[in-house]
Design a binder for this molecule. Structure first.
Ligand SMILES: *[C@@H]1O[C@H](CO)[C@@H](O)[C@H](O)[C@H]1NC(C)=O
Ligand SMILES: *[C@@H]1O[C@H](CO)[C@@H](O)[C@H](O)[C@H]1NC(C)=O
Ligand SMILES: *[C@@H]1O[C@H](CO)[C@@H](O)[C@H](O)[C@H]1NC(C)=O
Ligand SMILES: *[C@@H]1O[C@H](CO)[C@@H](O)[C@H](O)[C@H]1NC(C)=O
Ligand SMILES: *[C@@H]1O[C@H](CO)[C@@H](O)[C@H](O)[C@H]1NC(C)=O
Ligand SMILES: *[C@@H]1O[C@H](CO)[C@@H](O)[C@H](O)[C@H]1NC(C)=O
Ligand SMILES: *[C@@H]1O[C@H](CO)[C@@H](O)[C@H](O)[C@H]1NC(C)=O
Ligand SMILES: *[C@@H]1O[C@H](CO)[C@@H](O)[C@H](O)[C@H]1NC(C)=O
Ligand SMILES: *[C@@H]1O[C@H](CO)[C@@H](O)[C@H](O)[C@H]1NC(C)=O
Ligand SMILES: *[C@@H]1O[C@H](CO)[C@@H](O)[C@H](O)[C@H]1NC(C)=O
Ligand SMILES: *[C@@H]1O[C@H](CO)[C@@H](O)[C@H](O)[C@H]1NC(C)=O
Ligand SMILES: *[C@@H]1O[C@H](CO)[C@@H](O)[C@H](O)[C@H]1NC(C)=O
Length: 496
């Protein structure tokens, strides 16, 4: 079944955009710390200087910027989980190479023809950037287009063109100026309109070849290895290793972790392989970890099918419901550094009532979709840390020799993460958003000794996709698997 619901979804997004703008500007104006004022001084394009692009945050569920093709702006999701550029719509002066192509995501797909056009992005100009002009888009609700920022070795466009003329935009940019550092950095904001007001209103930014001013300390963070995929023998994602038992659960104790990868060639068996994916809203973890995070919360309920909670939640499967006012603290540990996650990123307020008129909050960290877990086609990964994690860090990817055409001896690619979290602030934001400003977390009921899961688990289809996608495409395009979107502050779809 093919769905062309394009303009409908775009218009609903613009509707909610108009609704919240006034509130937003006000919050930004009053909450911003004076010391940060110059840091975020922007030029006409919304960026703070050369090498930076302002990202538009759509309700914490997607981060979008424009790329200019043939002089026309096209909104795209910035997606470190895929690698190719695609847009839909007429591109002035485009050169249609008439090569058909599909991009199959974990959920949904786009189909079209490979074209080349002049591209401007972030102050860089590429005269003949290859991209896919989509003519058919299936099941990618409200996705305007995608700027893939992953390693180019799994680019479908490059594979089709057979040489470097098919490289994705970042490789083209890095090759233009061999002396500029091959780095991509990004900062994802938290959206005050979702659960505000916030103590700090940060802005979402993406930079190429440079760093966001004020965040240069990221250079001193440990360099995490960017892994070559064990199953595919190429870099397939921005993937690295968590520390042994590297998740600190809500009780302050480490959760025991074991990789699902047999005979791992990277790391030890208690180190999970983590994909960092800016195009993926809901973090995906092994089910036993999700259970240890949420399953001991008093009042937590494991929901196999969201319909039992509310008719609008029919596409929700295998997810924990927790009391909205329950504060959950979790941290991830990479190379000995702790990266705390805001409690507002650990559960999501659907703003929908259950039959007893109680608000429904669901776990934002969810179990890996059935067809990704243990499926070698998606690569040798254990979990996907998407926006719900990346909002808590400033993230740097150094491409090293992941750039097409680089000699192997250039340098090893690596990842650096700088925590942007102040524990007292995120706690305070939770208290404001969920507890009406009155801090009762000190008296919230203690975690239960054992996980509260239904004794009989029926088989629910939690697959992210039903089509048989090729290995290459699946690898390149994990991003869309679990994208959610809200309409007028409600969940429109929440599918994994
Ligand atoms: C951007 O770079 C140009 C040329 O190098 C320079 O003239 C301009 O001042 C820079 N703009 C900012 C905001 O740094
Ligand atoms: C929050 O989301 C709304 C609607 O998607 C958007 O218009 C607004 O700019 C966002 N705010 C921030 C601070 O990103
Ligand atoms: C993208 O470009 C359009 C038209 O030029 C503009 O209205 C919009 O604000 C831009 N969006 C972003 C995220 O910069
Ligand atoms: C590109 O070429 C293909 C095949 O020749 C054609 O079917 C398609 O409509 C063309 N795309 C556009 C946007 O014109
Ligand atoms: C794209 O997918 C469609 C349907 O899934 C298939 O019929 C078509 O042959 C595919 N095209 C390419 C170029 O892979
Ligand atoms: C890439 O291959 C195409 C033919 O497929 C050829 O026309 C073009 O010159 C090649 N470009 C480079 C940079 O090798
Ligand atoms: C290349 O990058 C370096 C370092 O960022 C910069 O100084 C130089 O001006 C750039 N050259 C060009 C041609 O853009
Ligand atoms: C990880 O494993 C792959 C394949 O087994 C191997 O090629 C690579 O050198 C290892 N290390 C890194 C950092 O990727
Ligand atoms: C974690 O592993 C350690 C060492 O194997 C074991 O002693 C401990 O009981 C485990 N904890 C849990 C909660 O399973
Ligand atoms: C959830 O249950 C409803 C009603 O029984 C059903 O229509 C729907 O398909 C189920 N959802 C999933 C994902 O299985
Ligand atoms: C969560 O962490 C914050 C900041 O460290 C702390 O103030 C709060 O008490 C913690 N909440 C719980 C329930 O542990
Ligand atoms: C889910 O995926 C698995 C493995 O790909 C497959 O065996 C199973 O039949 C799928 N379930 C459904 C309901 O499609």
């Amino acid at each position: 079944m093919r769905v062309s619901a394009w303009s409908f979804f775009l218009s609903t997004f613009f509707f909610s955009y108009v609704q919240v703008t006034a509130v937003q500007l006000n919050l930004v104006g009053s909450k911003r710390e004076s010391g940060l004022r110059s840091l975020y001084k922007r030029d006409g394009s919304g960026a703070f200087g050369n090498g930076s692009v302002a990202l538009q945050n759509y309700q914490d569920l997607k981060y979008v910027c424009n790329v200019t093709l043939g002089g026309k702006d096209f909104p795209v999701i910035v997606d470190t989980g895929s690698v190719d550029l695609w847009v839909a719509g007429d591109v002035p002066g485009t050169n249609n190479l008439s090569i058909p192509m599909n991009i199959t995501f974990g959920k949904g797909s786009a189909e079209g023809y490979i074209n080349t056009a002049q591209m401007e992005f972030d102050g860089f100009m590429i005269p003949d950037q290859a991209y896919m002009n989509a003519i058919m888009v299936e099941d990618l609700a409200s996705q305007p287009g995608t700027l893939g920022l992953g390693p180019s070795s799994v680019s479908t466009i490059r594979a089709n063109l057979g040489n470097s003329s098919g490289d994705p935009p970042l490789d083209r940019i890095f090759r233009q100026n061999m002396t500029a550092p091959n780095i991509l950095t990004f900062l994802l904001s938290r959206n005050a309109t979702v659960e505000g007001p916030l103590v700090d209103q940060s802005f979402a930014q993406l930079t190429i070849g440079t760093m966001v001013p004020g965040f240069e300390a990221i250079q001193n963070e440990p360099k995490l290895p960017a892994l070559i995929d064990q199953f595919d023998h190429v870099p397939a994602h921005w993937m690295t290793l968590l520390d042994p038992n590297g998740i600190i659960g809500p009780d302050g104790e480490r959760i025991n972790t074991t990789t699902a990868i047999q005979n791992p060639t990277n790391g030890t068996s208690d180190q999970l392989h983590v994909v960092l994916d800016s195009g993926f809203s809901i973090p995906q973890l092994p089910a036993y970890i999700v259970d240890s995070i949420y399953g001991r919360i008093p009042g937590a309920e494991f929901i196999e099918n969201g319909t039992t909670l509310h008719p609008d939640l029919g596409s929700l499967v295998n997810v924990w419901r927790i009391p909205c006012e329950y504060e959950v603290n979790v941290s991830f540990v990479f190379a000995g550094q702790e990266y705390p996650v805001s409690p507002l990123d650990l559960s999501m307020d659907t703003q929908l009532p259950d039959v007893d008129a109680k608000r429904i909050c669901i776990a934002f960290y969810q179990q890996l979709a059935d067809n990704i877990a243990g499926n070698p086609e998606f690569g040798a990964l254990d979990m996907i840390l998407g926006m719900g994690f990346l909002r808590n860090t400033y993230t740097l990817f150094n491409f090293g020799d992941f750039v097409d055409g680089s000699p192997d001896n250039v340098a090893d690619p690596y990842i650096q993460l700088l925590s942007t979290v102040d524990k007292a602030k995120i706690h305070h934001e939770f208290v404001i958003a969920r507890l009406g400003g009155k801090d009762t977390t000190g008296s919230q009921p203690a975690l239960l000794p054992a996980i509260q899961k239904p004794a009989v688990t029926s088989q629910v289809n939690g697959n992210a996709t039903t089509d048989g996608s090729s290995s290459l495409n699946s690898l390149a395009s994990l991003n869309a698997v679990c994208r959610v979107s809200r309409r007028r502050n409600r969940l429109r779809s929440l599918k994994c």
